[in-house]
Design a protein. Structure first.
Length: 202
């Protein structure tokens, strides 16, 4: 046997396209379970909801779940997890505050829900290129993912609630900045730590 043949083959997570969920291989069934898990995490953290009147949009833990799901699952599965969350919420009370239904999706908060799908996909795309493995880069990536949510959520809020741009930006973005930074830092501590653990147990 040649020396080259004796070398171990790299796992998917060791390649440029690998994310945390790929560290131990997977099947379609496992992928489906991971997508469901990402949606479930978002539903759970959505119940951490703090109203900030007069803004119609509360501070929640959803965006933390969105960036974690995107980074851990990758672009395709991460976006799918948020799309599943959005669809389940049409029938079950999984949105912030235990709300559900089409009136939420098409109401003032609906843009943020669609933004979750985009953000998870973008964060997942960056994570597939290693952006979630170092704390500083991870924090910037997760902050950028949250900005994608606001990029859809704020214009949607302006139109649906008939607000001026200044009011929409204030109540749809500015009041969430500190919380967004905190969530980006928390996620940036969790993902690199999870990668270190994965490398030890592989």
């Amino acid at each position: 046997m040649s020396h080259a043949a004796a070398l171990p083959r790299p796992t998917a997570a060791a390649t440029a396209g690998g994310v945390l969920a790929d560290a131990f291989g997977g099947t379609r069934v496992r992928d489906a379970a991971l997508v469901a898990g990402g949606a479930g995490l978002t539903a759970a953290l959505a119940q951490v909801s703090i109203p900030i009147p007069p803004s119609p949009v509360p501070v929640t833990g959803q965006t933390l779940a969105v960036v974690l799901a995107g980074a851990a699952l990758g672009a395709r599965r991460g976006a799918a997890s948020q799309l599943l969350y959005l669809l389940v919420g049409l029938f079950l009370p999984v949105y912030a505050g235990g709300d559900s239904g089409a009136h939420v999706v098409w109401g003032s908060s609906g843009g943020y829900l669609f933004g979750f799908v985009l953000a998870a996909g973008l964060v997942g795309w960056a994570a597939q290129r290693g952006a979630d493995r170092r704390p500083l880069l991870a924090a910037l990536t997760f902050a950028g993912g949250q900005l994608a949510v606001f990029g859809i959520g704020v214009p949607w809020l302006k139109v649906s609630a008939d607000l001026g741009w200044g009011t929409a930006v204030h109540y749809g973005f500015t009041v969430f900045v500190v919380g967004g930074i905190v969530k980006a830092v928390v996620a940036a501590g969790l993902l690199p730590s999870a990668w270190r653990l994965a490398r030890r147990v592989r």
